[in-house]
Design a binder for this molecule. Structure first.
Ligand code: NAP
Ligand code: F7E
Length: 320
């Protein structure tokens, strides 16, 4: 039975990746940082099937100890300070966790067993102010936030360990992916959660920032499969993962409100509090390399994703 160590297992992607790996017969070990409250909400249904152990991206020795104890065959580094606006208010923490954290875990692997396969959760935010449309593996990076800058560091240190130490270090450059398990502060979930609340009479308005920003949004359940595929590939490489479609925040609102028979224009208020110091205006992927070399394609359409998220929030809030 292969063993996988997942950092960031309590997050959106961590929960879907865990389900996928358990289904493939892996023993899954999840690294969770110490907290005064329980953060395992997304894993409740599978908690008995996995090993949860403490560690932190800020603490090198905790990661060395984990790798020595559990001897994983694969390490998926999903942990990060992942919310873009927080990266302006906490730029150093973001650099430490999202950037330097990658080196700490790569070093832990190199010191304990450099044969372990490594996956780094890189991001389309690295493309930022895009230098090419659509974006692919060879598109130059131009990050627009401390988060994007930290992810560029994480990506290049992964490539560097691959080239310097011949380690199997893969980098997945994933475009936005969402689900009913998405954190409530990200725009998609903020919209679907508030749409459900408005429909149920629990809220009256939705305050958003820039409605014109365009994103290539896919379903997280499809994207974790690409992570696993990258580690089964004959050699470590970097891959762009996305749908190849782009939609504005405004369109997301239109579909989500429309699904419950409402017009978004009656409820959405643009609030300068949610504008960013520097915006990423347009993201659209070219996932051709992943399709050709990994056999990966997205399975869930934009409309299905929006409807799945609204439906799930309606169900959850109706029970309360
Ligand atoms: P998420 O829901 O925000 O989860 C982040 C995870 O990182 C959580 O488990 C969090 O633990 C953990 N974490 C944060 N700081 C940590 C630290 N110092 N030590 C240990 N763990 C720490 O993010 P996600 O959407 O699942 O994304 C997974 C990864 O992919 C992230 O690296 C993200 O930056 C990257 N990414 C995401 C997208 C996307 O659209 N979702 C696209 C490209 C790349 P707590 O539960 O304790 O907070
Ligand atoms: O914003 C606009 C906002 O916070 C999307 C992370 O997973 O994906 C995510 O980063 C867009 C931006 O995601 C609000 O200005 C408008 O243009 O949902 P988001 P993100 O910043 O694209 C990448 C790939 C990652 O790697 C990150 O970890 O929506 N927007 N109004 C708003 N965004 C938010 N959050 N809240 C608003 O009220």
């Amino acid at each position: 039975m292969p063993t996988a160590l997942i950092t960031g297992i309590t997050g959106q992607d961590g929960s879907y990746l865990t389900e996928l790996l358990l289904g493939k017969g892996y023993q899954v070990v999840g690294m969770v940082r110490r907290s005064s409250t329980v953060t395992l909400e997304r894993l409740e249904h599978i908690q008995d099937d996995i090993i949860i152990t403490q560690g932190d991206l800020h603490d090198q020795s905790s990661m060395v100890a984990l790798i020595e104890e559990f001897k994983p065959d694969e390490v998926y580094n999903l942990a990060a300070q992942s919310f873009v606006p927080t990266s302006w208010s906490q730029p150093l923490l973001t650099a430490e966790a999202t950037g330097l954290g990658v080196t700490r875990i790569l070093e832990a692997i190199r010191l304990v067993n450099p044969k372990i396969k490594f996956y780094q959760a890189s991001s389309s935010e690295m493309f930022g102010k895009v230098m090419e449309v659509p974006q692919r593996e060879s598109t130059p990076f131009y990050p627009r936030s401390p988060y994007g800058v930290a992810k560029v560091y994480g990506h290049w240190i992964t490539v560097n360990y691959r080239e310097s130490f011949d380690m199997f270090a893969a980098s997945g450059i994933l475009f936005n992916h969402e689900s009913p398990r998405r954190g409530l502060e990200f725009v998609t979930r903020k919209i679907t959660n508030t749409v459900a609340k408005i429909k149920l009479g629990q809220a009256k308005e939705l305050r958003l920032g820039n409605l014109e920003a365009q994103r290539d949004w896919g379903f997280a359940g499809d994207y974790v499969e690409a992570m696993w595929m990258m580690l089964q590939h004959p050699h470590a490489d970097s891959f762009v993962i996305g749908t190849g479609e782009t939609h504005a925040v405004r369109e997301f609102c239109e579909l989500a409100f429309g699904y419950v028979g409402l017009n978004y224009q009656d409820y959405v208020i643009q609030d300068p509090r949610f504008y960013r110091p520097a915006e990423v205006d347009l993201l659209i992927s070219d996932p051709t390399k992943a399709t050709n070399e990994l056999g990966w394609t997205t399975k869930t359409s934009f409309r299905t994703l929006v409807e799945m998220m609204v439906e799930s929030d309606l169900k959850r809030l109706s029970k309360k």
